[in-house]
Design a protein around this ligand. Sequence first.
Ligand code: HEM
Length: 195
Amino acid sequence: MHKAIVSTRYNTVSLVLHWVIALGILALICIGLTMTHLGLAPMRKFQLYQLHKSIGITVLLAVFLRIVWRLTHRPPPLPAMPLIEKAAAEGTHWLLYVLMLVMPLTGWALVSVSPFNLPTVLYGLIPWPHLPVFPELTNKVQVEAVMKIIHGKLGWFLTALIALHAGAALRHQFILRDGILLRMLPFGARAPKES
Ligand code: HEM
């Protein structure tokens, strides 16, 4: 029996942005948890915070580009699948976009409102400004605390969503074998043929 093979691939720009963002977010979750929970020496902690902020801003810029690209270029269509699965896939993608914006923005906001007023220098090279308004607030301590809670809790939500998204991609690749994952891999020209 022949399975429907999805051969239409994502273009190179979408592909590069997808993997830059995916690897960036995985690194941010690992670094974020390490720097806040492992009780490191102050200097090492400071370095990790700077690296986290640098990668976080890079991800924010890449997500912005990805959204502009997505709005101006149609993605390849999803293969035939039950309506409920299609709705779940599209819902997850929308939520991922929202979280990929809210996470770096809340991170940037909490750094901008922090009473410590520490500068952000991307990769030790490029000075990055604080968000407007936040540095002028009078209730900085409270706003920073709220931003920290949102950033931390949404981090776990994003992790769960990424696991769901990756699990669905693996299910399509290895159980349904419709070639969906290969469309997003640099070396996946076509799905394997099945007869
Ligand atoms: C997609 C982007 C991002 C992800 C997935 C992410 C993820 C995380 C995670 C998982 C933590 C640990 C939270 C905890 O357990 O308490 C964290 C903490 C932190 N992040 Fe991010 N982050 C992102 C972007 C940013 C950006 C852009 C900045 C700043 C420019 C930033 C600044 C911080 C700071 C300052 C903390 C420490 C908060 C605290 O002391 O409780 N993050 N982040």
